[in-house]
Design a protein around this ligand. Sequence first.
Ligand code: SAH
Length: 365
Amino acid sequence: MIKTVDIKNMSFEECRGFFASLGEPAYRADQVFEWLHGKRTASYDEMTNLPVSLRRTLAEVAPLRPPEVLAVHSSPGGATKYLIGLADGNAVETVLMEHDYGLSLCVSSQVGCGMGCAFCASGLEGLVRNLTCGEMIDQILAVSNGIANESPNRRVSSVVMMGSGEPLANYDNVLKFVRLINWKRGYGIGYRHITISTCGIVPGIRRLAQEGLPVTLSVSLHAPDDHTRSALMKINQVYPVGQLIEACVDYANSTGRRVTYEYSLIGGVNDSRDHALRLARLLGGTLCHVNLIPLNPVPETGFARPSQEAVNVFACTLRSAGIETTIRREMGGDIDAACGQLRRRWAGRPGASDPSKRRDEGGRD
Ligand code: SAH
């Protein structure tokens, strides 16, 4: 049996190297990349500027597996969740969100998650494995195909690495993906429209600062002190709040980019006025923006939503202290597609329905 490779998993340079290994000129990489990432062509047969013999060779050594969409659920609020099947039988979710500024895609970086944040559904069953770059490409490819069928003039214009998984724990594949979707003749997503979210892996933040890419760093903070944060997020025992904020301030200084702090408000846990005052002291004077996310309930975790009153007081307290603050627009909660609700819905679950029977369930209405 011949050993095959996944061409969607290749950076531009790797693709050039691949064609060199086949004895082909480097410009073949440009051609194939345009078909794959620009026109989203599903088969080598359609790549008409490649010699027929090369198309045959490619089909053998680098077979193209189209993304497998197992289910699509749309919510009236403007979120559409896609369940994407992977070649090994696992599945991940990706969520398309409709904003007034365009279409934003929330991409998963791992199957499951190993970070074990106490309030999040994605980590309930631990980490299964990292996604390859090609498997992240399949998420934007499947969704872009879906959009093209409905409204040909629209496209994904921003990407947030906020699906299941911890992007900085899958650093190389995520960075390869980010560079690939930025490719001008492909998805053409500007770096400023790409957000990498982390639970706070300090060495990853420091490494990202060195890449010279103007992507937005988003940090899931959720608490202003080690006591509260360690109870919610295991990672805080490795990289406590002080170290984390120092890395974020350095990131902002070296990239000139404002850091976003995500703060999920959990009723009675981290949502008091006192927490807000301490958060303001922690972040005051740094180049930042706080995004408040009222907790999306995950039944297994036992945490409660904050009251609307607590959310308002928290936001007002931060704003009065001069911290730019937004409250995340609720999206996708009705289809379990909101922050922290993504999980492997059916995969390997006892009693779960056969995914092949769930295809197109829910419809895109
Ligand atoms: N692992 C990365 C990427 C996930 S992003 C990270 O931690 O940043 C998803 C965001 O939603 C994170 O800020 C996460 O902490 C938050 N979140 C997780 N569960 C949530 C829940 N139940 N309600 C609201 N926000 C949640």
